[in-house]
Design a protein around this ligand. Structure first.
Ligand code: SAM
Length: 466
């Protein structure tokens, strides 16, 4: 049995009463592993064991080494704890056209990649992370997921006051005391203390208060933590109710999902306990902003962003899918960005620190196109415009490590390198050798020498040929 801090145990005993022994026992049982599939990249299911709250979520029999699976680097799936996938439920009855959505505490990108799949192409996702090194990881993961309507920013929650009334939905997946992860990550137990849990509750209030002005009237704020501590959960939702006019969001949830419904000042909240659900501890609640103080944001009719000229557009248009995308000049590159969201990007550029926006398509050097890695793994690449070279697993891993290896190309120039039919990046065939276009900073650094061949992944995660 794992050792737990005494005051944590005492609080949980009081909260759970006769259910406490089952909770305690569940902390010694096996953790489940799950992934969410990128439906824009494959329609296949990977097992019959699906996550009940999420259309694209699946449990795995065992945890593969994700780093050594090229399909992870292609953004075909994202490993995510299943309780977190419940986020999808809030969008089941929300009108989903032209939404402006902020994921405030977004790294490493589980909720952002999920939101990016839930939202239609005409909606905007601002995916923010305050810690710069973590914002870089978030940027990498959202680029791999591949949708063009995403901006990754690195800002403090207070910076969002510059965008008063801008967002229709704000997701606050708050930094917390992590009690719900004790089973999965025993190190979280050592970091836990009463005073740290109190500190987390104060920080969460500050985050909520800072971001509140940027929520539009009737906008939805979805709050979540991975802790059981009421001070970080219901008490924060209740506190929000005293501070601003809000309405709770109820969800009809079948009893057999095992989720416990609680409330804060009459506002519905949902708790996930490992003795009742097939996932880790989690809390979530959503409120709608009411009242008349909200500022309405008005889009400008003309963008000040530097758009590509006619000749550049003509050259680039064949390489991207025929979607309503604009090409914006950025340094030596061209970014593909949804045309109907230009005004929003203008506003974000003026207010926030952008890490990346849209899909970097590539450079034009002396009238020839040099594709960017992001385009290869994006959902907007016109794959038929490039010769494709399929790699074996061992070749694909060498490619992702930027190691030297032998491969037969069918054509000279830029080839789209694929594994099981999914792009992993670019290589330029220059005759007797090739240039590897995989980003140096993303390369796999892990040793593959102990790796025993294709069976590992094929047994753990069955990805049939797309
Ligand atoms: N939503 C993420 C996902 O699904 O992958 C997980 C987010 S994690 C629970 C909380 C995040 O909040 C961390 O990335 C952390 O760096 C960030 N954070 C820490 N302090 C913060 C603060 N004061 N304001 C906003 N975010 C903060």
């Amino acid at each position: 049995m794992i050792q737990l801090p005494e005051s944590f145990e005492n609080r949980m005993m009081k909260m759970l009463g006769s259910e406490y022994p089952a909770f305690r026992l569940s902390l010694s049982s096996e953790v489940s592993h799950s992934v969410r599939i990128n439906r824009k990249k494959t329609k296949k299911i990977i097992s019959n064991d699906s996550v009940i709250y999420c259309n694209s979520g699946f449990y795995l029999k065992q945890r593969p080494v994700y780093t050594l699976d090229p399909l992870f680097h292609s953004g075909v799936y994202y490993p995510q704890e299943s309780s977190s996938m419940f986020l999808e439920q809030y969008f089941r009855h929300t009108a989903k056209k032209n939404l402006r959505v902020l994921d405030l505490c977004a790294a490493p990108g589980g909720k952002s990649t999920h939101l990016s799949s839930i939202l239609p192409d005409d909606s905007l996702l601002v995916s923010n992370e305050v810690i710069h090194s973590r914002a870089r990881i978030l940027s990498e993961n959202t680029k791999k997921w591949g949708n063009p309507n995403v901006v990754v920013t690195c800002n403090d929650p207070s910076d969002f006051s510059r965008l008063a009334g801008f967002f229709d939905v704000i997701v606050v997946d708050a930094p917390c005391s992590g009690e719900g992860l004790f089973r999965r990550d025993p190190a979280a137990i050592n970091e836990w203390s009463d005073s740290n849990a109190d500190h987390c509750a104060q920080r969460q209030k500050r985050i909520l208060a800072d971001v509140w002005p940027s929520l539009a009237e009737n906008g939805l704020l979805i709050y979540s933590t991975c802790t059981y501590n009421p001070a970080e959960n219901e008490e924060n939702i209740g506190w929000l109710a005293q501070f601003a006019p809000i309405e709770g969001v109820n969800l009809e949830i079948p009893d057999d999902w095992g989720i416990r419904k609680t409330e804060a000042n009459g506002l519905p909240c949902f708790r996930f306990y490992p003795q009742n659900v097939r996932g880790e501890g989690y809390f979530t609640s959503a409120v709608r902003k009411k009242g008349s103080e909200a500022v309405k944001w008005n889009a400008k009719s003309k963008t000040s962003l530097p758009l590509a000229g006619k000749a550049e557009q003509n050259l680039l248009s064949g390489f991207i899918q025929n979607k309503p995308l604009s090409l914006i000049r950025f340094e030596d590159n061209f970014l593909a960005w949804p045309t109907e969201l230009l005004s929003e990007l203008d506003q974000i550029k003026a207010s926030l620190r952008i890490i990346h926006a849209g899909i970097k398509t590539g450079e034009i050097i002396r009238d020839t196109f040099m594709p960017a890695h992001e385009l290869a793994v994006s959902t907007i690449c016109n794959q038929t415009a490039f010769p494709q070279t399929e790699l074996t697993l061992s070749q694909a891993l060498s490619f992702l490590k930027r190691d030297e290896f032998k491969v037969d190309f069918r054509e000279k120039g830029w080839n789209l390198m694929t594994y099981l039919g999914h792009p992993v990046g670019w290589a330029k065939n220059i005759g007797n050798r090739f240039n590897n276009g995989y980003p140096k900073e993303w390369r796999i650094r892990m040793s593959t020498s102990e790796y025993t061949g294709e069976r590992l992944f094929e047994e753990a995660v069955k990805f049939p040929l797309a």
